[in-house]
Design a binder for this molecule. Structure first.
Ligand SMILES: CC(C)(COP(=O)(O)OP(=O)(O)OC[C@H]1O[C@@H](n2cnc3c(N)ncnc32)[C@H](O)[C@@H]1OP(=O)(O)O)[C@@H](O)C(=O)NCCC(=O)NCCS
Length: 464
């Protein structure tokens, strides 16, 4: 920004009525262009999430690993953008530490802590300390930090009514509890007052007893009770990985449930996923598992197209599937009008029949209303996304994007590292979804030979 007394670098040329822009280095203009492009790309998310409620939950591990200040800065930014933020924290390692200091043994049964009076005292101490640390982190306001002018007020209280787990398999869990009720109306009042609501994993029974709760139970119960837009777990693992150890960025709740039941997840990740699914079953549209090890992970997950963790979506993605030979007619019906007007290259029935296994389709009520194909170039580890089409009566509802993601998933599963697309009319759609302009000589050699120079298609590339 210009200092008030500096000369105005933009002046109106009296003769031509145009502006002379100040000269600037290439670095400056690249930086400006990137900044503006980035800010504009974030704008739709800002509009979409304004006044929505996000429940963000993290375990005591995030605190132990020194992530608290950065997490709170990111959450303060969410709140500044008009998102209603509820923070739920855990305290497992801190309770362990308290028990260790008092030389008390931890007792677990079926991976659940048995909280006797001494362990309850440790839980109160550990939670009190973390709560104060979080309040302190939200109170920062030093100039030249992301918290400058944030002026955040944190509200916490006895929002959770708990009941005892009781006696299970002959073991009395004593002061270990489960959530019975969330005081959603009071939390809403605090959120309406623009406070960040902070909830510890402790609950109270009508008899005035305190109970040690599972952070994940509290977070999913709160998200459900508030009809939150998102439940975000900031976790110590990378998210959910596929059999090639690649991050699964998006899952439907049925496929996430199948993953959970496969028993292949680590106990920690499975615990988070179980509660993410529980929140989704209770009506929360999206749950996210985001590694807290990534600086700014919550921001990247919320404001970038692909995110950095695993998103579990309530929506049924089940109607999407790989094509079979029976789909050839439906695919032809979809793409023929676009072949005729020149949007797509003409393929013809014979070619589609031969290449049917390259296609993914979206079907609803027995009718195909979207398709896309993946042509793999395994030596170069590159794939081509081709023939992406959504029926005109179903456009604008996100199916094009779902098909693109499906092709991305298939490409990743094949070990491909990049995806390209050739397009004459849809470049902006792809640019908005993470593709960047590229040149013909960046295509695999075989594909370069087949490039139709008279079509002048734009080449766009996306790193997977
Ligand atoms: C491109 C296409 C697949 C998108 O499918 P879709 O289901 O409508 O896509 P989504 O719902 O995920 O996205 C819709 C958004 O894309 C925008 N969009 C649609 N066509 C676009 C284009 N040609 N260029 C830029 N944006 C476009 C819509 O305006 C809408 O934007 P909004 O959400 O800001 O309102 C579909 O428009 C289509 O079949 N087009 C004709 C075939 C084609 O061009 N395929 C690409 C061949 S390479």
């Amino acid at each position: 920004m210009n200092a008030p007394d500096s000369p105005d670098p933009i002046r109106l040329d009296a003769d031509s009525s145009t502006f002379d822009l100040p000269s600037m280095s290439d670095d400056d203009s690249v930086y400006q262009a990137q900044f503006v492009a980035w800010f504009r790309a974030v704008a739709p998310y800002i509009h979409a999430f304004k006044r929505r409620t996000f429940v963000v939950a993290f375990g005591g591990e995030a605190v132990q690993e020194g992530r608290l200040a950065r997490i709170c800065e990111d959450l303060a930014l969410l709140r500044a953008l008009g998102i209603r933020v509820v923070v739920v924290h855990g305290s497992r390692p801190q309770i362990e530490e308290q028990l260790r200091l008092r030389q008390i043994d931890s007792v677990f049964h079926n991976a659940m802590r048995v909280t006797d009076i001494a362990a309850l005292e440790c839980a109160k101490e550990a939670n009190g300390e973390i709560r104060l640390d979080i309040e302190a982190a939200f109170s920062q306001g030093l100039a030249n930090t992301p918290m400058a002018n944030a002026d955040i007020k944190v509200m916490s209280g006895n929002f959770i009514t708990a009941r005892p787990v009781g006696v299970v398999e002959g073991i009395d869990f004593q002061h270990t509890g489960v959530v019975r009720k969330v005081s959603a109306e009071v939390i809403e009042l605090a959120l309406n007052a623009r406070a960040v609501v902070l909830i510890s994993p402790l609950g109270f029974s009508p008899t005035g007893e305190a109970f040690n709760l599972d952070m994940e139970d509290v977070a999913s119960s709160v998200a459900a009770a508030l009809h939150a837009e998102k439940l975000i777990f900031l976790i110590e693992t990378p998210g959910i990985l596929d059999e090639h150890h690649e991050l699964i960025r998006e899952m439907s709740s049925p496929s996430a449930s199948a993953h959970l039941e496969s028993g292949k997840l680590s106990a920690d990740t499975a615990g988070y996923l179980k509660h993410a699914l529980r929140a989704i079953a209770a009506g929360v549209p999206r749950a996210h598992l985001v590694p807290f090890a990534i600086d700014g992970g919550a921001l990247l997950e919320v404001f970038t197209h692909d995110g950095v963790g695993t998103m579990i979506a309530a929506d049924e993605l089940e109607e999407m599937r790989e094509a079979t030979i029976d789909d050839v007619g439906g695919i032809l019906k979809l793409i023929e009008p676009l072949e005729l007007d020149g949007t797509l290259v003409k393929r013809g029935r014979g070619r589609i029949e031969r290449e049917i296994e390259y296609f993914s389709v979206i079907e609803h009520d027995g009718r195909l209303f979207g398709c896309a194909a993946l042509y793999a170039f395994p030596i170069e580890r590159v794939g081509e996304l081709a023939c992406l089409t959504v029926s005109p009566d179903a456009q604008g509802m996100g199916d094009g994007e779902k098909l693109m993601k499906r092709i991305e998933q298939r490409a990743r599963a094949m070990g491909l590292e990049q995806l390209f697309v050739l397009t004459t009319r849809t470049a902006h759609w792809f640019l908005k979804r993470g593709f960047i302009p590229a040149t013909v000589d960046q295509l695999p050699k075989d594909r370069q030979r087949m490039y139709n120079w008279s079509r002048k298609s734009q080449v766009l590339l996306k790193r997977l």
